[in-house]
Design a protein around this ligand. Structure first.
Ligand code: ACO
Length: 322
């Protein structure tokens, strides 16, 4: 049997940091409101000429270095993003060129904040099917380009960044269980409209900015993630106490603590980066994973539960043996 294993990780954050206090100078908000409702204290924001491919390249180079590989060793590139540099070509094809890869398959996938988990399940399936040996998976987003900076309901929640993993074929399992879902009946609770395609879109002439019914998203996320982690552990035949770390999507510290409480996990077993990075969408889980590894918290052999929830709604997770 062939399995897939994470053999290298990396991340990149733009150099400019924006504090809650800085945002409160131009928005009717406060550090107190943002940090108490979300856990966020600051976020990194890309330069005007910095794209998701630029962020992805830096994260990918670090993940490849950690795996001891070069671009030419890769068999497949998947980039999870909702903010590609172009509509086409894909971020993945541009990254392939920048990393000096051979002609190999490369494509983007879009599942909003769940994109990295969708990519991990896809990469695992390619490797287990025997069609690829070494896969680069990047989650990257530049939400600063699709935020209405006058809207305090959304502008304070997001940051820019990229996280990458390299997966390699392995005789022992690295992904112990995985589950992904979508439920399109909630599409309109979290969206970025484009004024094309439908008569309603063309009439409304809304800007292509993030629109969110925050409290409804919050409620559904807490409930879906509780069911998800229970299902993931059952599939992996593990009890919560056998997990070394929860590596959750970093949207809101209150959603993360609700999931940890459901698992009865102490917060020392949760990788939390939401205070420093805010919600980086598809980058959030691989970014937290790499931070946990580089801080020395996550060690080889540890069992990790990765999960995410986002627009669609989409949600999913994997239990990983690192
Ligand atoms: N500063 C000050 N006040 C604010 C701000 C702000 N930045 N934003 C909203 N408020 C106000 C609201 O206007 C409202 O005022 P009102 O009571 O006078 O109407 C009040 O604060 C409470 O608003 P709620 O929306 O009820 O606040 P809540 O406690 O639910 O927190 C939040 C809002 C942080 C958005 C939360 O609902 C949340 O985290 N939701 C989930 C986000 C998420 O997980 N997204 C998924 C991934 S994103 C993706 O996939 C792209």
């Amino acid at each position: 049997m062939i399995f897939s294993k994470i053999i290298g990780t990396g991340h990149y954050l733009p150099s400019r940091m924006v504090s809650n206090e800085e945002l409160s100078r131009t928005l009717d908000t406060s550090d107190e409101w943002i940090s108490s409702r979300t856990g966020i204290r600051q976020r990194h924001i890309a330069a005007a000429d910095e794209s998701s491919v630029d962020l992805a390249q830096r994260a990918a180079e670090r993940a490849l270095a950690a795996a001891g590989l070069q671009g030419s060793d890769l068999d497949l590139i998947i980039v999870a993003t909702s903010t590609p540099e172009h509509i086409f070509p894909s971020d993945a094809s541009q990254l392939q060129q920048r990393l000096g890869c051979r002609p190999i398959p490369a494509f983007d996938m879009q599942a909003a904040c769940s994109g990295f988990i969708y990519g991990l399940v896809t990469a695992d399936n390619f490797i287990r099917a025997g069609s690829c040996q070494r896969v680069l998976l990047v989650g990257c987003d530049v939400f600063s380009h699709i935020l209405n900076w006058q809207d305090r309901n959304t502008a304070v929640l997001f940051g820019d960044g990229a996280g990458a993993v390299v997966l390699g074929a392995s005789p022992t399992p690295g992904i112990l269980s995985s589950v992904i879902y979508s439920d399109g009946q909630y599409c309109n609770l979290l969206q970025v409209p484009l004024n094309v395609g439908t008569a309603e879109n063309q009439r409304s002439q809304r800007q292509p900015y993030v629109e969110m019914s925050g409290s409804e998203v919050f409620r559904r996320a807490v409930s879906a993630l509780a069911d998800l982690v229970t299902e993931l552990l059952a599939k992996a035949e593990l009890r919560p106490e056998q997990l070394d770390f929860l590596v959750p999507h970093q949207a809101n510290a209150r959603i993360i603590t609700a999931t940890a409480k459901h698992l009865n996990l102490p917060l020392e077993k949760v990788i939390m980066t939401v205070a420093e990075h805010a919600n980086t969408s598809a980058a959030s889980v691989p970014l937290a994973l790499d931070v946990g590894i580089r801080r020395g918290q996550i060690q080889p052999g540890h069992r990790l539960l990765l999960e995410a929830f986002g627009a669609g709604f989409t949600w999913g997770g994997c239990v990983v043996q690192y």
